[in-house]
Design a protein around this ligand. Structure first.
Ligand SMILES: [Ca+2]
Ligand SMILES: [Ca+2]
Length: 172
């Protein structure tokens, strides 16, 4: 078994959080997996043919900013296990591209609000959320940023807060 075990923080607890996880060597995309994040925040990626090397782990989901693991990549030995905690230090993401979401214990998470998945949180995302909020859209929708199955002012505020600091993806 050859696995990456990745720990990611999320404030989501209401509905399942589907993650899209990619493995890159430098900028070359190697493998992609879709996984459900456990409530523990742990996700296990198992590969059958990943050679020994340094890899970037790329984390994304339907309305968060694509986030890469820290500069230089993570050493992985074929046939071994690699643990990577992306939530305990801001430096665990490439370009320190994480947001502190808890103080005790200290936890960092991906930026939320990239509803249209263009790599930045901006006015377009806010308008998408606003349009669904005024129409009382419910259910599994990218405009539901906090994962409570409702698109409303809470999602708008989260996204606006990340927009004013120009949250966007940072890649090698
Ligand atoms: Ca966007
Ligand atoms: Ca919501």
């Amino acid at each position: 078994m050859k696995v990456f075990i990745i720990q990611i923080h999320t404030a989501w607890s209401v509905i399942l959080l589907w993650l899209i996880l990619e493995i890159h060597q430098h900028r070359i995309h190697l493998q992609i997996l879709q996984k459900v994040l456990a409530t523990s925040g742990n996700v296990t990626l198992a590969f059958s043919n990943l050679p020994t090397g340094n890899y970037y782990i790329v984390v994304n989901h339907r309305n968060s900013i694509e986030t890469w693991s820290r500069q230089g990549g993570e050493a992985f030995t074929s046939g071994g296990n690699t643990n990577y905690n992306m939530s305990d230090q801001i430096t665990k993401a490439y370009g320190n591209n994480l947001k502190q979401v808890d103080t005790s214990p200290v936890r960092f998470a991906d930026f939320s609000g990239d509803v249209n998945q263009d790599g930045s949180v901006d006015l377009t995302d806010i308008i998408n959320i606003y349009n669904n909020a005024v129409n009382f859209i419910t259910g599994y929708n990218a405009t539901d940023v906090n994962g409570d199955n409702i698109t409303d002012l809470t999602d708008l505020v989260i996204t606006n807060n990340n927009s004013v600091i120009y949250a966007g993806k940072v890649t090698p």
